[in-house]
Design a protein around this ligand. Structure first.
Ligand code: IMP
Ligand code: MG
Length: 174
């Protein structure tokens, strides 16, 4: 059966919400720099858009984490595949994530980064699927809460496809 992406959030809806999130983050962090740490690869487009709406001086970093194989469900195994290039000790850190699903990835990453003694550590996610949570994780900034559906586009993939879609789409069988 063919997989068909159906539009769930339009590019315009996403951009409006991302701008609001940036305004909130700017207000909450009057003093920079903030280290915006995007989790590869899914958060790269969200990071690009969000970072341009934040007026507080920011620095951009990437971290690679893998918790999924090529399918739609977690393998439960989390590891750092690309570490940060810098020390975050004494700095404000905002983890930028595409979607929080089970919470396994972020629980692991929060523990790893906390040990590096940042001044503050919080999370911004574009999407949140609260129904699927296995580990409680405190997410300070949430773009959209969504139902338990598999979504692609705006950086999110299914087996590396669909990341370049401008809209966020639900991937379902035709
Ligand atoms: P968690 O550890 O289960 O919270 O997994 C979060 C990661 O799983 C996200 O960073 C995504 O890479 C991936 N993921 C979870 N749900 C989806 C989805 O609906 N579409 C695409 N990727 C997803
Ligand atoms: Mg991800």
């Amino acid at each position: 059966m063919a997989l068909v992406p159906r539009v769930f959030l339009t590019a315009e809806q996403i951009h409006n919400r991302v701008r609001q999130m940036g305004e909130q983050i700017t207000a909450d962090f009057p003093d920079g720099p903030i280290y915006l740490i995007a989790i590869l690869k899914g958060a790269f487009i969200f990071l690009a858009d969000l970072s341009r709406t934040i007026k507080t001086p920011s620095r951009i970093e990437f971290i690679g984490i893998s918790s999924y194989g090529r399918g739609k469900t977690t393998s439960g195994q989390v590891k750092v595949t690309k570490d940060l290039d810098v020390s975050i000790e004494g700095h404000h850190v905002l983890i930028v994530e595409d979607i929080v699903d089970s919470g396994v990835t972020l629980t692991y990453l929060m523990n790893v980064l906390k040990q590096r003694r940042p001044k503050s550590l919080s999370i911004a996610t574009l999407l949140d699927k609260p129904d699927r949570r296995l580990r409680p994780v405190e997410v300070k900034y949430v773009g959209f809460q969504i139902p338990d559906e598999f979504v692609v586009g705006y950086g999110l993939d299914f087996a590396e496809d669909y990341r370049n879609l401008g809209d966020i789409c639900i991937l379902s069988e035709a």
